[in-house]
Design a protein around this ligand. Structure first.
Ligand code: SAM
Length: 272
């Protein structure tokens, strides 16, 4: 299996992972400024999904190619484009064997994909193959941005509770997907630098997430909306979901709504 297809998440992906209005456009503008992209830049997104990041680029007329294993996820992006004139090309394929010529792109964007692929080192090498000399690979990651004194974000509270429950149930690491490097892991940077890249990190923007409560986030674990729940055997997931319900029942304020502060961080690799 080359990676984990998100086709099973298509019906709820945008509702649970989408940015609040305006954030994706700010992200596009920050990337254009940071990478100094011209309007003629050739862009590739590896693991494009439903176009959460791609759509504002496509709407502004950029040449944008997306590759993803999940045909139905990309189908959502097609619906959003709905017959409008654009320069977007979507390919159902594996980012470990990129269906593209060498040196074809000026920048390759990846967000929350490397923890899903069968071999992230291979994937980074393959992504570099299709990058034009002087181009950039950009890894993006959505991060918590709490300040001292802020209440812990619901996602964090639930993640910790869920992880403790999996510990109680003696769930091994391969059934929790915790061993794969996530986000902007140091190992990605070391691998890129070892291949001769200059790597910089930047926070592209901060924003307030859409309102959420402990209960609403916990339900996503109980309903297996996160890919980390997909590898858990059914019986273990059912037991973990029951224990999480007990944890919610004991929580002092499960329905209090929060709008946690979040940021989008980037790791940018260039070869000169
Ligand atoms: C968490 S989603 C992120 C989508 C998008 N980048 C975003 O930020 O909204 C990960 C995507 O990577 C895709 N994916 C996972 N492994 C892949 C592979 N080996 N080749 C192509 N796509 C893959 C999944 O199908 C899914 O659409």
């Amino acid at each position: 299996m080359p990676g984990i297809s998100f086709d099973r998440a298509v019906d709820y992906y945008d509702a649970t992972r989408g940015y609040p209005p305006g954030v994706a456009e700010q992200l596009r503008d920050a990337l254009v400024a940071t990478l100094q992209l011209s309007q003629h830049a050739r862009l590739l997104e590896a693991g494009i999904g439903t176009g959460r990041i791609a759509l504002p680029f496509i709407e502004k007329g950029y040449f944008y190619v997306g590759v993803d294993l999940a045909r139905r996820m990309m189908g959502q992006l097609c619906q959003k484009l709905d017959g409008r004139v654009h320069q977007a090309y979507l390919v159902c394929g594996d980012v470990m064997h990129m269906p593209a010529a060498n040196a074809a792109f000026d920048a390759v964007i990846m967000a929350h994909v490397l923890h899903l692929v069968a071999d992230w080192r291979w994937t980074l090498n393959e992504v570099r193959r299709v990058l034009h000399p002087g181009g950039a690979i950009v890894l993006l990651s959505d991060e918590r941005n709490e300040q001292d004194g802020d209440p812990p974000a619901p996602r964090m509270q639930v993640q910790q509770a869920w992880s403790a429950i999996l510990d109680e149930l003696n769930v091994p690491p391969d059934q929790r997907r915790e061993s794969a490097p996530h986000g902007l892991d140091e190992r990605f940077q070391s691998h890129l630098e070892a291949s001769g890249a200059t790597v910089e990190r930047a926070t592209l923007l901060t924003y307030r997430q859409s309102p959420q409560s402990v209960r609403s986030v916990a339900q996503r674990y109980q309903e297996r909306m996160y890919s980390s729940c997909w590898v858990l055997p059914d019986d273990l997931h059912a037991e973990a979901a029951r224990r999480l319900q007990r944890w919610i029942n004991d929580h002092p304020s499960p329905d209090t709504m929060h709008e946690p502060s979040a940021r989008i961080d980037a790791m940018i690799a260039r070869w000169v």
